[in-house]
Design a protein. Structure first.
Length: 229
């Protein structure tokens, strides 16, 4: 199936956490700079982020957590954002902010009342609607075939990461590991979603091939893998 070449690019702790706790009031971008021994090297992640693909897959929840619904003085970027948002987590102001920020904004939703529909005439907005459940394989195929998306960076939460990994839609992994242990069984990790129940589900497991290990400053490291789908 034709699809973009995808890279999961995330910041996580040594124990695999991508958040500080079990609710949306806790967030890496807001909270890591407050932690001694971690804040000094955090900027390396953002520098690497600038070198990711022009197409960026995010969730509405993630964007809401980083303040997209409240941003002021938004600057236009070259990035084309593909946003999965069913609830919705983005409100009308959030959509306006993302339109200002995006070279092109794709809203992927099962919510026929999503606020993006009120802005559907915008030149840089594309809404892809699924009636009941998002078919991610079809979505990725359409991004490749209809919109000529060659490469795409994935930066979503643990649950959505799990869905994409299980469906064989993640090709590469680039992880920046922060020198931090958080713990907490309900704190989101790189890959969440339902746990496997038996050995019969072993085909859902994805092995990785190490591509590179780069030691960064302040005890951070960057790990790159190929996913053996």
């Amino acid at each position: 199936m034709p699809k973009p070449i995808t890279t999961l690019f995330m910041l996580m702790t040594v124990d695999g956490k991508i958040s500080l706790g079990d609710n949306d009031s806790l967030d890496v971008d807001k909270d890591f700079p407050k932690i001694k021994g971690v804040k000094g090297g955090l900027n390396q992640y953002y520098e690497l982020e600038k070198m990711t693909d022009y197409y960026s897959l995010n969730s509405g929840r993630t964007l809401a957590k980083v303040g997209a619904n409240e941003w002021k003085n938004v600057q236009k970027t070259v990035v084309k954002f593909v946003v999965i948002d069913n609830k919705p987590h983005l409100n009308s102001r959030g959509i306006d902010n993302m339109l200002k920020k995006s070279n092109k904004l794709f809203i992927i939703t099962t919510n026929k009342n999503h606020p993006a529909f009120k802005r559907k005439e915008e030149d840089n907005l594309e809404i892809i609607y699924f009636k009941n459940k998002i078919d991610f394989k079809k979505l990725f195929n359409d991004l490749k075939e209809k919109y000529e998306t060659k490469r795409m960076t994935i930066q979503t939460g643990g649950t959505l990461n799990s869905i994409l990994l299980r469906e064989g839609l993640i090709d590469k992994i680039s992880i920046v590991v922060a020198p931090l242990l958080i713990g907490g069984k309900d704190t989101s990790t790189l890959i969440d979603g339902p746990s496997l129940k038996s050995i019969k589900e072993i085909d859902k497991v994805r092995a990785l091939k190490l591509v590179s290990v780069k030691k960064l400053k302040s005890s951070y490291i960057n790990l790159k893998y190929k996913v053996l789908n």
